[in-house]
Design a protein around this ligand. Sequence first.
Ligand SMILES: O=P(O)(O)OC[C@H]1O[C@](O)(CO)[C@@H](O)[C@@H]1O
Length: 276
Amino acid sequence: MKTVENLDENQLKNEFFKLLQISLWGNKCDLSLSGGESSSQKTSIINSLEDLKPFILVNDMEHLWSLLSNRKKTREKASIVRVDIVLDNSGFELVTDLTLANFLLSSKLATEIHFYGKMIPWFVSDTTIHDFNWLIEQVKCSDHKWVSECGVNWENYVKTGRWVYHDHIFWTLPHEFCAMSQVAPDLYAELQKAHLILFKGDLNYRKLTGDRKWEFTVPFHQALNGFHPAPLCSIRTLKAEIQVGLQPGQGEQLTASEPNWLTTGKYGIFQFDGPL
Ligand SMILES: O=P(O)(O)OC[C@H]1O[C@](O)(CO)[C@@H](O)[C@@H]1O
């Protein structure tokens, strides 16, 4: 079996894309969508990735790869590459996010990951520090050798500061993100230190775009309304009636064939904004 260190450039890119997609579809598992019913993941997402590809409406994964792989090639040995992840649901989605974070470090596409959770849940399954620590502990205690090894590594990442968890009240205040630099300048300044910020989930997308009824073709950059702390990407399955950055006619076609396409969680996006 090949380890990450032995993968060639193409294989590494493939693995990166797989883990990104797993993290995207992990966002389907959300207690608010299932009315509080448990929505555990019973089949392996890995085997479904090809079948799910047509449901990715905006796919900027190539931008994420260019940004991180170029930085890896050009950076000085001791320099930091920081990826920040604004978390969404705990449970299965958090497992997929931590697995992605683990890969970013082991592939050396990043050297530090900063996570942001919520001080109190906004929706039922939102991640708090308790969920983050609990999950690492559970993974560590697994009776599966490789899984528990992962948990030991994750705990170690936290201890050594390669994984950093941040709390901030802003995430549960009723502000859209374009107000962050005014309302929470300390948090905005923290995000500015990232080379890439990944915003997980639907709620973060609503706040990124100000929860407005934008035309489907409005550019993402415009809908962000001045919120540009660092290059950023929304990784989200669609659960609320808002979507920007589509091709002309794409939204209308979907509405005609599937009236509920915006809210079922069936479709997903990787939507990037920033210089490359
Ligand atoms: O957990 P996520 O992906 O942020 O989803 C939260 C979303 O779920 C919903 O409650 C719909 O189920 C939306 O109103 C909300 O935007």
